[in-house]
Design a binder for this molecule. Sequence first.
Ligand SMILES: [Zn+2]
Ligand SMILES: [Zn+2]
Length: 344
Amino acid sequence: MKAIIFDAPGKLALRKVPEPEMAADEVLIKIDACGLCTWEQTIFAGVEPAKFPFWGGHEIAGTVIAVGPEVSPPVEIGQPVAVASLTRCGDCYYCRRGLDNHCLKAAEKPAGGRPWGPAGFAEYIAVPRYMVHPLANTQNSQAGILAEPLACVVRAVKRANLRNGDTAVVIGAGLMGLLFILVARYYGAQVIVSQPSALRRQKAVALGADYALDPRQEKLVDFVRRHTEGYGANAVFYTAGGQQAIADGLQALAKDGRLVVYAPIHPDSAMTLNINDFHYREITLTGSLMHDHQSFVTAAELISKGVIELSLFNVLPMPFTQMEAAIEKAKDRSIHRVMLYWPD
Ligand SMILES: [Zn+2]
Ligand SMILES: [Zn+2]
């Protein structure tokens, strides 16, 4: 089968690789589409560390084409699925505590000398049943590419203990920010989005944000207080903007509010915090990494119910055969996701 392998930063190739051998407890999936995430883009750019050769592709949508005899619970051939291509051993220190996003086996070198990585940039993938999340048959199977980013957002929202009637601030309105808006609204929160680009603010409001501000025009804390009877936000989700945005977000929190750092800042950077904010205001600064099994289940359900669908976003389909052009295109900020597929 064909696959895209990154040999080094800035160097990739379309390769013929052996088709995956499906074990008795695995499911063989034909990959219908795969999202091109920022993670793979930053690995290709050499910004995010990775082991090379690297086999990317973790926003995987596909169709079941074969099922091993020991697969349980059963899954039908022809079933559209989203794939959570992240090892969860179920038995390590973190898995036992329900923190399977931190599974100690997650980044293990795969057997058989195949390149490291989630391996969705390929025609087929064989995975254990727990990675397979069926989607309602009425869905376009390509909608499954949203399951992984959505699962990450669902997890981050859970980390904020968001309650009905809360006010949530979303900093940044790229694809992740928009997913935060949709999920926070679904959980019953009022949503304020902070985003310098007018075009992105417009899209955020179109998708349900109650208020949008340009952080260059007005201080976030003032804007948020104006819309919360002076209290501030119960949750802030940071997706972009760097240290200043995080500092502004902390200021905009109500007492007992939580700021969840969703995205990394490269390179590592230190910032100064006023410790008294944590004592007197009882605020929480935390983060969220990737998705866990539960949040992936929720994401697949939200897609199956049509709460989140591809048509909400500006998705650009591009063939895997134009991978380098796709990586270039993904830099275009008006495109929410480049969706890779194999041409017939
Ligand atoms: Zn992703
Ligand atoms: Zn584990």
